[in-house]
Design a protein around this ligand. Structure first.
Ligand SMILES: C[S@@+](CC[C@H](N)C(=O)[O-])C[C@H]1O[C@@H](n2cnc3c(N)ncnc32)[C@H](O)[C@@H]1O
Length: 273
């Protein structure tokens, strides 16, 4: 068997990832396919990446191997309080305004593509810290495509390097317990987040009307038409006075005219027109 990965092998992986997750891998990302899938090929007992792809092409391999390929390709980069400004907007304006408007009813926040959980847990800590009386009125739903990353998120366990990124020392000591070399988030924060597996490119599970949506640093990876569909579906479930947050390099511009950008402090978020 030829052990070299061919151009058509890369094309096959690109197509597989686009079909299953709507993730677009440009031709200049072949190095990424090679570096991320070669260790997987080895772990799964294949002689080479080419052998793994040959096996995927036959369609006879277990679905789980296909999922592992997608998991290996996907970028899970995240951190606590990433890009800080959206969290400052939540604290300074959005949560006070919406909690006041909703009176005693609850508020639902969706973190779509939540990766290993730092984003929804940051929201949960912010609520607990600054709006303690409202903590039982805030529902945080966190979803991701990847079952493996959600399994990690559900544990609420983070390495020293992960807690060093973006998490103020005061919140670390208050809301985490040391466990060996790692840190486990305390149950009162863990319990505030409901994790659920969901592929944004496939039909969504029932989602209640939303007050706030965080869908950050995922649309950039997705097919243009899928991005448009996702933004349009969010419009359908975002409450008329709700807020949408995208990643700092993402925008609704040229994708969906139904949103208007709003600056709050140093953050830009989106409201329905
Ligand atoms: C770069 S991380 C962003 C995490 C977090 N939102 C943040 O901004 O820090 C992107 C996440 O999107 C998820 N993802 C990629 N494609 C997806 C899809 N089609 N549906 C749902 N999640 C997806 C990945 O599994 C990954 O955890």
């Amino acid at each position: 068997m030829n052990n070299a990965t061919s151009i058509s092998d890369f094309d096959f992986i690109r197509e597989l990832v686009r079909r299953h997750a709507a993730i677009v891998l440009e031709a200049d990302k072949d190095y990424l396919i090679e570096t991320r899938l070669t260790p997987l090929a080895r772990r799964a007992g294949f002689a080479s990446l080419a052998a793994l792809i040959a096996s995927l092409r036959t369609g006879s391999v277990a679905n789980s191997l296909c999922e592992q390929v997608i998991e290996a390709i996907v970028t899970h980069e995240t951190s606590f309080f990433r890009d800080i400004y959206p969290f400052e907007a939540l604290k300074g304006l959005i949560l006070p305004e919406l909690l006041e408007r909703r009176q005693s009813s609850s508020l639902t926040i969706w973190c779509a593509a939540c990766s290993s959980g730092q984003e929804p847990f940051s929201v949960a800590m912010l609520v607990r810290e600054h709006f303690p009386a409202a903590r039982n009125r805030v529902r945080i739903i966190a979803t991701d495509l990847s079952g493996a990353i959600l399994a990690r998120a559900r544990t609420g366990i983070y390495s020293q390097i992960e807690v060093n990124r973006g998490l103020p020392a005061m919140l670390l000591t208050k809301y985490f317990q040391k466990q060996g070399l790692q840190w486990r988030i305390r149950p009162e924060i863990r319990q505030m987040v409901e994790f659920q597996q969901s592929n944004l490119a496939e039909p969504w599970p029932p989602i209640p009307p939303l007050d706030i949506v965080f869908i950050r640093n995922v649309l950039i990876y997705l097919d243009l038409e899928v991005r448009k569909t996702i933004l349009s579906k969010i419009r359908g479930i975002l409450k008329p006075d709700g807020y949408l947050f995208l990643g700092s390099s993402e925008t609704t511009l040229n994708l969906d005219a139904g949103y208007e950008p709003v600056s709050i402090g140093k953050s830009v978020c989106y409201k329905l027109r």
